[in-house]
Design a protein around this ligand. Structure first.
Ligand code: MTE
Length: 449
């Protein structure tokens, strides 16, 4: 094992991101460079020294010219479709060892601890399939729009992908979060890393045609048709009801693009529904049919799954908006602070009700709070990245973030959430996450009420 504590790095990444011994040797110089740059950028604000070293004069990695300076590089188009550096090969979406896979039905979590900014690289976008995924042939894919009653829609239509892609598109950045994200934490299971606590979350730029355009093309009668049923083409026959107000305001998109290219097969290629602010299950993938009707459909995916068992024994069936939430992604569970001193504490915040207006961070388990810096531009129903300076003195600490959205809603503590929702839920957990730092620098998941 390489002793990373001898390296002038500041943070050991989560275990699943450990590099091999060979990779650590090779990446050392790059990591130092990265840290130096970030320290310099943050320098002006800091009273404490940012980094306790001044040994560059004896550093072989600055004294000796590396092979990449003294040899010819690879030609263009060696990778016709670009891939991440081999030194980043451990940053992967992962299946939780604690969750079973039934056929293709499972979930792979996004490695939030290793990401910057707000856009999730398409290859790391989390996946949730109820019946596995397919690489659907776009020339055979169709979208049908019909009404449950002829009075709701004048002209039912079937669109090909070519026809859809000729219509005027929009491109918008939105988060998608599965309603089951952070589900295990209801039971205080304390999953070890942020990848598994919060990794059913991603944020991309989606491109497509507003569903409103298509419904109006088919002659919808908004007075009569107050709900939409979206259906997927996969074996799970995923079907979800969406209230018409969400469609009428133009926010719901029939999307074919993600981050500037076609959707990835795992994320619904060639067509998926984008329902900003609403839980992921309503973002129906491999979208093949939209029906308009006058009442919620209460389909199988709505009667049993994604519902909330309330303390009085009632089931809340149509919880759909993802409430305001945030999480510190670094430092986070499974990582290790390697020395005392300056750290940029960073994370993401989001709200299904609009824009994030403030994120507060506590270093003492919620006793004192400081306001974090938000990276702009702040977008509607998208992730917002926050950062805050912290000087770790080597003593135990509990790190928390608390987001506030433009409606004034404040992300609740576990105590506040359980007071309303009880303890029997699986879905829709937006409580404040706590990461405990101990003297050794190890960071772990704890629950603070
Ligand atoms: N659509 C279909 N057709 N089949 C599915 O299994 N899973 C849903 C939703 N849309 C699903 C689907 C669930 S539960 C979620 S959380 C999101 O897709 C996940 O989208 P992603 O895999 O692109 O992250």
């Amino acid at each position: 094992m390489v002793d990373l504590s001898k390296k002038p790095g500041h943070l050991r990444r989560a275990p699943e991101n450990f590099l091999s011994e060979e990779q650590v040797k090779a990446v050392g110089a790059g990591r130092r460079d990265f840290l130096r740059k970030s320290f310099l950028a943050a320098g002006a604000a800091m009273a404490a020294p940012l980094v306790a070293r001044a040994d560059a004069a004896g550093d072989p990695d600055i004294l000796n010219l590396p092979p990449w300076t003294t040899s010819l590089g690879l030609p263009v188009a060696t990778n016709p479709y670009g891939q991440p550096s081999k030194y980043e090969s451990q940053l992967l979406r992962r299946e939780s060892p604690g969750l079973t896979r039934v056929g293709g039905a499972s979930v792979s979590f996004c490695p939030l601890q290793g990401l910057f900014g707000i856009i999730t690289p398409s290859g790391l976008h989390f996946e949730r399939h109820h019946q596995g995924w397919h690489d659907v042939d776009p020339s055979k894919h169709r979208l049908m729009i019909n009404g449950s009653d002829p009075a709701f829609l004048k002209q039912p239509k079937v669109y090909t992908m070519d026809q859809l892609m000729r219509l005027p598109p929009v491109s918008r950045i939105h988060f998608i979060e599965c309603g089951a994200n952070t589900g295990l934490e209801w039971g205080n299971v304390a999953v070890p890393t942020v990848q598994y606590t919060h990794g059913m979350l991603s944020c991309s730029e989606f491109t497509g045609v507003p569903l409103k355009t298509l419904l109006e093309d088919c002659g919808v009668d908004y007075k009569k048709a107050r709900y939409v049923l979206a259906e997927g083409a996969d074996g799970s026959s995923m079907t979800r009801t969406i209230p018409m107000e969400m469609v009428e305001n133009g926010e719901v998109i029939v999307a074919y693009g993600m981050n500037g290219e076609m959707l990835r097969p795992e994320n619904g290629y060639p067509l998926r529904l984008v329902v900003p602010g609403v839980q992921g299950v309503s973002w129906v993938k491999w979208l093949r049919r939209i029906e308009v009707g006058d009442m919620p459909y209460a389909t199988k995916d709505e009667a049993v799954h994604y519902i909330d068992l309330m303390p009085d024994g009632m089931h809340r069936q149509y919880t759909s908006i993802q409430e305001c939430k945030s999480v510190i992604t670094s430092p986070s569970g499974g990582q290790q602070l390697l020395e005392t001193g300056f750290y940029n504490v960073t994370g993401v915040a989001w709200s299904g009700r609009g824009k994030i207006t403030r994120v507060d961070v506590s270093f003492d388990g919620g006793i004192n709070w400081k306001t974090a810096r938000l990276e702009g531009p702040i977008q509607n129903k998208a992730l917002t990245r926050f950062n805050i300076d912290w000087v770790w003195d080597g003593k135990p600490a509990i790190l928390q973030s608390r987001a506030i959205d433009e409606t004034g809603y404040v992300q609740p503590s576990y105590g506040q959430l359980r007071a309303v929702r009880g303890t029997k839920s699986i879905y829709h957990n937006n409580a404040i996450q706590s990461w405990k730092v101990v003297e050794s620098g190890e960071v772990s998941n704890v629950q603070v009420l």
